[in-house]
Write a new protein. Structure first.
Length: 360
């Protein structure tokens, strides 16, 4: 009897240990998040065509921006991210996938990629992901200004391909990748690929973060492109924070009238001054200089090209996960890139905007 009780005790403890071990195995990581944004904008020139940046191409109209739903799941060394956008903003973000006439009610895959933790400090990702280039992001709630900068609007939106994220040190990270040409989830014209890279310096416990970004490759028109991008943030104190973004993009373009290759470029600088008066109230002043003298982007219809100086003042009033963004913006161009309601060309435009974002 004593031997039987001892045996039952041992078996019971083993079963309890097995049960405890099974119960404490790490469960698959699952996360659901999302956001939505809406806005009203009035152009002081009374023009519907004055906006030369992304996502706010309206005048005197209440507008729906985008609804986003993002699902993240990971188990052991594998993970997936699926990020869907619904609305006009999503359609403009995926402009190569969705015809302009149908993007008001569009559904777009903003991001979709699977990842594998190859070793502790190296993760591989395959699919489509938001670009590493630039300071601003497509989701409105992640930006302190509601309207977008010229650098965001004319830089890449996303990259599709394969990349490796590498931890070089506790404060130093790197990324290298091979991608389709900019903003293309599928390539049917050419098989050219872009090379992308990032070096990040983010020491823990310090207010400084630095990122050096690079993209190069041939686009679908066989034009060689190189882009160098730099982002820096510095939190001076609890109230004052600074952000800076600079981009320089060149194109090797074969001359149509003259033989040989002509190098053309566009570049710009943006400074962000962030003030947080309390947990509920903040203010951001964005100053930007955008140079397009070779007429590659904003000034493509003007033979002499041009540049633009833009200033944006935005307030952020937060109530829980809701943020209300009153904004005033003024853009001054070196040429008559804007127009009044009657069509008269001018070099100055201004907008007032009221935006609202919510995220969970």
């Amino acid at each position: 009897m004593k031997r039987m009780l001892t045996t039952l005790f041992v078996v019971g403890n083993a079963m309890a240990a097995f049960s405890q071990s099974a119960d404490t195995l790490p469960a698959p990581a699952f996360k659901l998040s999302g956001s939505a944004d809406v806005y009203y904008k009035y152009n002081l020139n009374g023009s519907y065509t004055d906006n030369k940046t992304s996502f706010t191409n309206t005048h005197n109209s209440f507008e729906l921006g985008m609804v986003s739903l993002k699902v993240e799941h990971g188990f052991k060394k594998g993970s997936i991210v699926a990020d869907l956008g619904f609305g006009k903003r999503a359609g403009e973000f995926s402009y190569n996938d969705i015809p302009a006439k149908t993007n008001d009610l569009s559904i777009a895959i903003k991001q979709l990629y699977v990842s594998y933790q190859l070793v502790e400090k190296v993760k591989l990702s395959l699919g489509s992901f938001a670009t590493h280039v630039g300071y601003e992001l497509v989701d409105a709630y992640l930006n302190r200004n509601y309207s977008m900068s010229y650098l965001f609007s004319y830089g890449p939106f996303f990259n599709t391909g394969i990349k490796a994220d590498i931890v070089l040190a506790p404060y130093l990270s790197a990324m290298v990748g091979v991608f389709n040409p900019t903003d293309l989830k599928s390539v049917t014209i050419n098989s050219h690929k872009y090379i992308g890279a990032q070096l990040g310096f983010t020491p823990a416990g310090t207010p400084l973060k630095l990122y050096l970004n690079y993209l190069e490759g041939k686009d679908t028109f066989n034009v060689q492109n190189h882009q160098v991008d730099f982002v820096a943030t510095y939190q001076v104190n609890k109230v004052l924070g600074l952000g800076y973004n600079a981009t320089y993009s060149t194109y090797a373009k074969k001359g149509e009238k003259e033989p040989g290759v002509k190098n053309v470029k566009w570049w710009g600088n943006v400074l962000y001054v962030n003030l947080d008066f309390s947990d509920q109230l903040g203010m951001t002043l964005r100053g930007e200089y955008f140079d397009d003298k070779d007429g590659l982007k904003m000034f493509s219809t003007l033979p002499e090209g041009g540049n633009v100086l833009a200033g944006t003042l935005s307030f952020n009033y937060k109530v829980g996960n809701l943020t209300i963004v009153p904004e005033f913006r003024m853009d001054k161009a070196s040429a008559t890139a804007f127009s009044k309601a009657d069509g008269e060309p001018v070099n100055l435009t201004a907008n007032v905007l009221l935006g609202a974002t919510y995220h969970f």
